[in-house]
Design a protein around this ligand. Structure first.
Ligand code: NAD
Length: 274
């Protein structure tokens, strides 16, 4: 069955399931993205700092898929914050991807101590107005950063891409997103292969449904309403992670998964990083 789409706050449709390519070297990204497109993913999440926009772009071009069927996200790296620097960085990302527009452009980290994200956002607003990004958003923004940005801007971010998995369910942040009209996108949705999928309760739920632990966790995200972008370079896992539309977790499953939320962060603290 087809990947469901969520409607962003500017009316753009975003597939709820995508493919992430962090830590995939440029020369491997082409094969990984090609496998993902063959498996049915249409949304790809890269970033300037991943250094694989060219490899990703090669797979998009070689797929022969119509541009309007693809949803491509890239992100502005920390050292490129500021109005002029952001415009230049965006041009470079577009040219590396071989595209004339992206579907979603994100500020990768707020870097609150640097205090440049509001000025940077002006550049993203311009990029959106020019039609070179169909939607613009942020990543790793905390509630205070979101509220400050929204209070001083024309455009409300369409998306906030944040660390989110059953160990870090981010209920408070998701409530702020709902209030402000921002879609929640989960990074490291599977917990980065760092033991989350070995949690006995996830194994138990997977056995009950005849599914794998990764499929249970991805299903949890979809039922929460998150956009989710699992990463793998292993073709069988790429396909496994896309095969999550044909079953449903029950209330009891969701309650058992909720009990795993102990606030464990696998990545940096957004209040101090960068
Ligand atoms: P993830 O949670 O998607 O985990 C990926 C790892 O899980 C794989 O490397 C593999 O070890 C394991 N795995 C994947 N599928 C599996 C399966 N079916 N069975 C068993 N193990 C499996 O981690 P991630 O790559 O950190 O996050 C996904 C994407 O999120 C990234 O590729 C990137 O696009 C994005 N991301 C964004 C930020 C940000 O700051 N905005 C930070 C990290 C990641």
């Amino acid at each position: 069955s087809k990947v469901p789409a969520i409607t962003l706050n500017n009316g753009v449709l975003m597939p709820q399931l995508g493919f992430g390519v962090w830590q995939v070297p440029d020369d491997e990204a082409t094969a990984a993205v090609a496998t993902a497109l063959e498996a049915g993913y249409r949304s790809i999440d890269t970033a300037a700092v991943y250094a694989n926009e060219e490899g990703t772009g090669r797979a998009l071009a070689a797929s022969g898929l119509p541009r309007e069927e693809l949803f491509v996200t890239t992100k502005l790296w920390n050292t490129d914050q500021g109005y002029d620097a952001a415009l230049r960085a965006f041009d470079l990302s577009l040219s590396k991807l071989g595209l004339d527009f992206v579907d979603l452009y994100l500020i990768h980290w707020p870097q609150p101590r640097r205090d440049a994200y509001t000025e940077t956002w002006r550049a993203l607003e311009r990029i959106a107005a020019e039609g070179r990004a169909r939607a613009i958003g942020v990543s790793n923004f905390q509630p205070a950063h979101l509220r400050r940005l929204v209070a001083g801007s024309e455009v409300v971010p369409a998306v906030n891409q944040v660390e989110l998995h059953p160990w870090l369910a981010q209920a408070g942040l998701r409530a702020v997103h709902a209030e402000l009209g921002i879609a929640t996108e989960a990074w490291s949705p599977l917990g980065q292969g760092k033991g989350l999928l070995d949690e006995p309760v996830i194994g138990k739920i997977a056995a009950r449904h005849g599914r794998t632990p990764a499929q249970v966790v991805l299903r949890w995200h979809l039922q929460l309403g998150n956009v989710v972008i699992p990463k793998s370079v292993t073709p069988s896992r790429i396909r496994e992670n896309a095969d999550v539309l044909g079953f449903e977790l029950a209330a009891q499953d969701l309650a058992e998964l909720a009990a795993l939320d102990d606030g464990t962060r696998l990545g940096p603290d957004p209040d101090t990083f960068g």
